[in-house]
Design a protein around this ligand. Structure first.
Ligand SMILES: [Zn+2]
Length: 138
């Protein structure tokens, strides 16, 4: 059980439910935050171009909140607190921009598929999109 103590507490701390809980939160935060790189890498390889999917920003937000909670309520290390205290600002801003861009897509009146903003013709059926307004938010 020594490995458990090393994983869930520093060597000087006693292994208590409180210690185990907050170290689990810290490790979960690390796993969530690190997993975003695999998501971005996978999508980039799949599309053969550099893409930052919306899931990347959600994983960034969730991972940084878990790590901030760990730092605020357990570790209390000012460097770690500062490292994650403000990262949510660009993550939320990117999620807002992503949503606005998605809402600006045009819905084809003939086939119903979504086309990029400012398209003149549907890329699926070729119908004219002139006069088509952006899709309404769900
Ligand atoms: Zn169409």
């Amino acid at each position: 059980m020594d490995w458990l103590k090393h994983l869930f507490a520093d060597t000087s701390a006693e292994l208590t439910p409180w210690t185990i809980f907050w170290n689990a939160i810290g490790w979960l935060g690390n796993a969530v935050f690190f997993s975003r790189f695999f998501v971005q890498w996978y999508v980039t390889e799949k599309t053969k171009q550099v893409v930052v999917p919306v899931l990347f920003w959600w994983l960034s937000l969730a991972g940084s909140f878990l790590l901030l909670a760990y730092a605020l309520f357990y570790d209390k290390h000012k460097v770690i607190i500062f490292a994650y205290a403000f990262t949510w600002i660009p993550y939320i801003r990117n999620l807002i921009i992503h949503r606005r861009h998605k809402e600006a897509h045009l819905s084809c009146p003939d086939c119903g598929k979504l086309c990029p903003p400012d398209s003149n013709f549907c890329s699926f059926c070729g119908s004219s999109l002139t006069g088509t307004t952006a899709k309404q938010p769900a």
